[in-house]
Ligand binder design. Structure first.
Ligand code: NAD
Ligand code: DAU
Length: 331
């Protein structure tokens, strides 16, 4: 197949491109705007015969139409992805996440192209810490932030294009990813690179908030499984039973790097901060036979720490500007 991967120079998109090149014979075209979050170096070393890179915007309808016409399937990762940025300036989130997804949907409608939409568990809102429930495919949408509300909006557009126009689409909603190539603005890379630089990790508020961690490579394998075997029109939740409080994660980063477990600071909390996410991925596991490979979070985190230690040149250019932005927000 010829796959068009939007956002393939970002964190999860680039992990997916590496996964596809390694595990399949598919050819990949990446369409990526190279915003502050995109990095061409995340695709370095992949063979030219299998990968074409196009710098461009998913809101550019003529460009999108031309690329979709040449593709057998589209896997749509491109998005503005950071909650904190969406609180500062929501506009790019509406443009890329809503208008960009609309532009792609119109192109796949014209060309009859298979479409897989990448989304997030944040569309379901949050859970109490002691709630025995986890999110399922039938949990009502209840997003909290400008980021998650634009992702929810894009999911609803996909559902409408399936029902109204017969577009051959699937949707996946995944929990928090960790692994290589993640921008240093995000929680785990920010804390790892802080410690590597001799600075203290920064916990928002009490640090009791819980995220359900999955390794990005497990997410990639799940998306490939849905692309190959998923039922058209269906939504699949992706998660690896990886619930951890932010405090637990910071303590693990510190001890893995040989520091005292309490060598972190509490900083100003994120407004509207979602308390807990938790995914029930039974549908994906039983219907399509997917299972995560990284079942040991501490081992996956240690490998991620090693990756950041070995790839200073990949993240260092973004670190100062990212920390300056956080400092200005008291975080
Ligand atoms: P990221 O911010 O690391 O990467 C986003 C990529 O999209 C970047 O390469 C950027 O240049 C590109 N992009 C942004 N606007 C664009 C535009 N208008 N046109 C073309 N390219 C554009 O994001 P990520 O963390 O890799 O997330 C990728 C997708 O996965 C998003 O849809 C996000 O909602 C979803 N998701 C992320 C997580 C997570 O834990 N990070 C979990 C579940 C779902
Ligand atoms: O659940 C999936 C979502 O996970 C994706 O849809 C988003 O694109 C992705 O960014 C992520 O959203 P979060 O807001 O959960 O991720 P973030 O890395 O920003 O923060 C994770 C948790 O850590 C959250 O509770 C906020 C907290 N945090 C974050 C930073 C950057 C801190 O305590 N300190 C920090 O410095």
């Amino acid at each position: 197949m010829n796959l068009l991967v939007t956002g393939g120079a970002g964190f999860i998109g680039s992990n997916f491109v590496h996964h596809v090149i390694e595990h399949t014979d598919h050819r990949v075209t990446v369409l990526d705007k190279l915003t502050y979050a995109g990095n061409r170096a995340s695709l370095a070393g992949l063979p030219d015969a299998r990968l074409t890179f196009v710098q461009g915007d998913i809101c550019d309808a003529p460009l999108v139409d031309e690329l979709v016409a040449a593709a057998d399937a589209v896997v749509h990762y491109a998005a503005e992805s950071h909650n904190d940025n969406s609180l500062d300036d929501p506009r790019p989130f509406v443009d890329t996440n809503i208008i960009g997804t609309f532009t792609l949907l119109e192109a796949v409608r014209r060309h009859g192209t298979r479409f897989h939409h990448i989304s997030t568990d944040e569309v379901y809102g949050d859970l109490e810490l002691d709630d025995p429930a986890r999110f399922t495919e039938s949990t009502p949408y209840n997003p909290s932030s400008p980021y998650s509300s634009t992702k929810a909006g894009s999911d609803l557009l996909v559902r409408a294009w399936v029902r109204s126009f017969g577009v051959a689409a699937t949707i996946s909603n995944c929990s928090n990813n960790y692994g290589p190539y993640q921008h240093v603005e995000k929680f785990i890379p920010r804390q790892i690179t802080n410690v590597l630089r001799g600075e203290r990790p920064k916990l928002y508020g009490s640090g009791e908030n819980v995220r359900d961690w999955i390794h990005a490579d497990d997410h990639s394998a799940a998306v490939l499984t849905i692309l190959e075997k998923g039922r058209i029109g269906e939504t699949y939740l992706i998660g690896a039973d990886g619930e951890k409080s932010n405090k637990e994660v910071v303590e693990l980063i510190l001890t893995t790097l040989g520091q005292p477990a309490d060598a972190y600071d509490h900083v100003t909390d994120r407004p509207g901060h979602d308390l807990r996410y938790a995914i029930d991925s039974s549908k994906l596991r039983t219907e399509l036979g997917w299972a995560p490979r990284y079942s040991d979070f501490a081992a996956g985190l240690a490998a991620t720490i090693d990756w950041y230690r070995d790839h200073d040149a990949w993240w260092a250019p973004q670190k100062d500007a990212t920390e300056a932005r956080y400092r200005a927000q008291g975080q």
